[in-house]
Write a protein of this length. Sequence first.
Length: 98
Amino acid sequence: MATYTYPAIITREEGGLYSVCFPDLESCVSCGGSPTQAMEMAEDALALLLYDMEQESALIPPPTPIEKVSCDGSCMRIVPVRVDTDEYARQYCRCEEE
């Protein structure tokens, strides 16, 4: 398990929600009622996806450098999101008791 940092794109959606997507991980998206809440949800979604990929020995794509991520006119900003899958496992995964 490891620490990862992936670029995330924050977009304000119609209806006042904020979405977050990870260009390198198409299936990893999240949203929230504020940019802060959306980022908290995105961190959790990213950690869960990467933890699952580690558990399945799946190929984890390298992150695109943040300066190479493009954003169309609808996005608010591009931010790095850092997660630690060891910390995620300690907080959320229940190991079988011996």
